[in-house]
Design a protein around this ligand. Structure first.
Ligand SMILES: [Zn+2]
Length: 272
């Protein structure tokens, strides 16, 4: 089985990858605690998560976001990142030396945040130097160069413009049918919109926005926030060459001229 294949990674293969990586990157140093499990999670916020007992530091699990199954290089980088955490807690159990836990900065040593300090970063440096293709990072971004870009599905966004240049952007549920009249009602229920648009964008550009329900309604208790830097964010989404404007309140635009029309939208609205 080639390690980096075109096939999605199956849940069973996670265990094999753990063994392969333990041998190659950690000289088989990792000895999982009894009951340790490795599984795909449904999380979209966290790509990987190492779970352990706060009292004993025994390892419980590594969870890997199932969206990484289609992205073997990002999965490898994430799994090895979590394995470094696992090794840190194992070394703490073995030695009692809190240095391994990276809870606090060590003078003269790098420190990003708790869990990612001198020990963690020394392992990152060692691995990235010896295996440059790993690209281990403290934080990773969906859609960066480790991802298979042809496997990231496009997403729909609801752009709600408010008065005074403020506004908010929502992600549509990945399985939602685009229902414009419901989206108009949802926008009106959350805000006092001056206009809405629905965009189809590259999947990685849709990350980080609050997501509506599958029926295009707002989740219960969703707070109507406005997005910092709304005009810049909306402008850069609209001007991306792969963005398609499916709908705007002002006029239903032809895809070919959508970006140009939208750039000039203010002028056109003023002239209307
Ligand atoms: Zn981490």
């Amino acid at each position: 089985m080639p390690e980096i294949s075109r096939q999605p990674v199956s849940p069973d293969e996670l265990g094999e990858l753990f063994q392969t990586y333990n041998q190659r990157y950690f000289n088989n140093e990792l000895v999982p605690s009894e009951g340790f499990s490795l599984r795909f999670s449904r999380s979209t916020q966290l790509f990987g998560c190492f779970r352990y007992c706060l009292q004993t530091h025994v390892d419980w699990a590594i969870d890997i976001s199932s969206r990484l199954a289609d992205h073997p290089r990002a999965l490898r980088s994430t799994l090895v990142h979590e394995m470094i955490h696992m090794l840190a807690h194992q070394k703490y159990r073995e030695t009692g030396d809190a240095f391994y836990l990276d809870e606090h900065p060590v003078p003269g040593e790098p420190f990003v945040n708790a869990d990612h300090g001198a020990y963690f970063l020394s392992q990152v440096e060692r691995l990235n130097r010896q295996w440059p293709e790993l690209h281990i990072a403290v934080t990773s971004h969906y859609g960066n160069h480790l991802y298979e870009h042809d496997r990231i599905p496009p997403r729909h966004l609801l752009v709600v413009a408010l008065e005074d240049g403020r506004g908010m952007i929502y992600g549509l549920h990945p399985k939602a049918a685009v229902d414009i009249s419901q989206l108009q009602r949802t926008a009106a229920q959350l805000h006092d919109p001056s206009g809405i648009s629905v965009l189809k964008v590259r999947g990685e550009l849709a990350e980080g926005f609050p997501v509506l329900r599958k029926d295009n309604r707002a989740p219960a208790r969703m707070k109507p926030l406005s997005l910092r830097g709304f005009e810049e964010v909306a402008g850069s989404l609209r001007s991306h060459r792969e963005t398609v404007t499916l709908y705007t309140d002002e006029l239903v635009v032809d895809q070919m001229v959508a970006n140009e029309v939208l750039v000039n939208q203010e002028t056109m609205v003023a002239a209307a």
